[in-house]
Write a protein that binds this ligand. Structure first.
Ligand code: TXA
Ligand code: MG
Length: 321
């Protein structure tokens, strides 16, 4: 198992040796390595069991440093960077040669993010290289939102996990770029669409696809628990699976279902607070996935604000069922 602690100098020394470290961010935990060291980047893909066509996000300290890795920040995207960094926003920017092709899977744009977590900001401040960091989960599984999640799945493959507590946002960053001259959202995430549109006007949403090389990471089947995950009308689903005699667990927005034992159900937010629901989402999916049941039943949340990104994750968790 990995060593877990709050020592940024320890993290720094592992990263300088080309080793990988679990790092906290406000969205989810990342599996971080020196983004300018192709060996470290290759190890990220290996540890995650991630296909090399799915590019990584480069994490850095501030806008000034972003300029070291990108040719420019397009005029349409700059106001987003200025307003929402540090924060749950990733921008696709034309890359400089210094960024290894492995990071971008050969694409000419690099995904860049300035995360907003105090420990990781301190770490980035003392590093003289940026960090490549995908979510610290095996490819295709649910993203980790605390240090134990990382340790459970990748602890035997990395030396150190920087413990920054529970991730405040709980959903991955929103990915934004430009497509045919229009501001485009490639992945819904922790920064709500309305907040982006308030700054840049209407944006286009890029549909998920498993074959579109422009959004290689938007694979449809993602964020999946190991158990079959079924999304729909909860009372109908409960009725159906009860009648079949199947053991199930339930993930709901706010309601408790009386006929089901308490330990088999989780409410994401009893106050119907979407931020709270987002923060609880992945840990709840993991908890239900570890129960001795055959299926997990879930409902969708209101399709507004963070509810859109939450629903995106719920739908993708259920693909293949
Ligand atoms: O919140 C987050 O973004 C977290 C934390 C750790 O920062 N990271 C994260 O990374 O979610 P990951 O690797 O699980 O998802 C990154 C996605 C990729 O799957 C891909 O879709 C997209 O970012 N991406 C990265 N570079 C890209 C590029 N050059 N062009 C298009 N999409 C890119
Ligand atoms: Mg991921």
């Amino acid at each position: 198992m990995a060593d877990i602690g709050k020592d940024i100098y320890k993290a720094k020394s592992f990263l300088e040796q080309g080793d990988l470290v679990g790092i906290p961010t406000e969205t989810v935990y990342g599996l971080a390595g020196n983004a300018l060291n192709p060996d470290a980047v290759a190890r990220i893909f290996a540890v995650k069991n991630r296909p090399s066509f799915d590019p990584l996000i480069l994490h850095t300290y501030d806008l000034e440093r972003v300029e070291n890795f990108t040719l420019d920040i397009p005029e349409q995207l700059l106001p987003l960077a200025e307003k929402y960094w540090p924060g749950p926003l990733t921008l696709l920017l034309p890359k400089k040669e210094i960024v290894p092709d492995l990071v971008t899977s050969g694409l000419d744009k690099v995904a860049v993010r300035i995360p907003n977590h105090p420990l990781t900001r301190e770490l980035l401040a003392i590093l003289d290289f940026p960090l490549a960091a995908p979510s610290a989960n095996p490819f295709g599984y649910i993203s980790p939102t605390n240090a134990n999640h990382v340790n459970d799945q990748l602890g035997d493959k990395i030396p150190y996990i920087l413990d920054g507590g529970i991730c405040n946002v709980g959903l991955e960053s929103t990915i934004v770029g430009i497509e045919d001259g229009k501001v485009t959202v490639y992945r819904l995430g922790g920064l709500e669409l309305d907040k982006i549109e308030a700054v840049v006007g209407n944006v286009q949403l890029m549909a998920h696809s498993s074959s579109n090389p422009k959004s290689p990471g938007m694979l449809k089947s993602h964020y999946s628990p190991k158990k079959p995950f079924i999304v729909g009308d909860l009372s109908e689903l409960v009725k159906f699976y009860t009648s079949k005699g199947v053991d199930f667990a339930v993930l709901s927005f706010d309601k408790e279902i009386e006929e089901i034992p308490k330990f088999r159900q989780i409410q994401l937010s009893r106050n119907k607070d979407l931020s709270e629901a987002a923060k609880n989402l992945f840990a709840s999916m993991r908890a239900l996935d570890s129960l001795d049941v055959s299926v997990i039943l879930s409902e969708l949340l209101p399709e507004e604000g963070l509810g859109r990104a939450i629903n995106d994750r719920l739908r993708r968790a259920s693909v293949g069922e």
